[in-house]
Design a protein around this ligand. Structure first.
Ligand SMILES: [Zn+2]
Length: 138
């Protein structure tokens, strides 16, 4: 994939593209369901990943099932995952850039998952959501 900005793919984290793409969908799902913001900390691995959200209680079984089925519903819609570039000024009006590194440059790469999610990110992603596979909360 060719990019025209000077952000580098995060090689240190070695994101697994499927897991990482699922993380984008999970984050948007959590935001929509609970208005809790995107995960503030996460650990993404091929077999099992962890995402932390600001919550003052545990999720109920019903909520967990609802999150799972919503994320899987989005995956099964086979949405196109694409990158778009914004100037930093434009990006500031549309996205939360607080997690962006200081050296991100003046072109911001935004990953869009259909119309479901859009988030600044320099990681690697699948091209279509059905390549993610099945999502399960453990
Ligand atoms: Zn990403």
């Amino acid at each position: 994939m060719e990019t025209n900005n000077n952000q580098e793919i995060k090689s240190s984290k070695q994101y697994h593209p499927q897991m990482h793409s699922a993380e984008h969908i999970l984050n948007q799902t959590m935001v929509r369901m609970f208005n809790c913001g995107r995960s503030f900390s996460n650990h993404i691995e091929k077999k099992k990943s962890k995402c932390d959200y600001h919550f003052d209680r545990n999720l109920s079984r019903e909520e967990i099932e609802e999150i799972e089925s919503k994320v899987n519903e989005v995956i099964q819609q086979d949405l196109v995952v694409k990158e778009e570039f914004y100037s930093i000024n434009e990006a500031e009006t549309k996205f939360n850039l607080s997690k962006l590194p200081d050296d991100a440059g003046d072109k911001i790469r935004v990953i869009k998952i259909g119309e479901y999610d859009a988030c600044p990110c320099s990681g690697m992603h699948v091209t279509h959501t059905n390549k993610i596979g099945k999502f399960k909360l453990l």
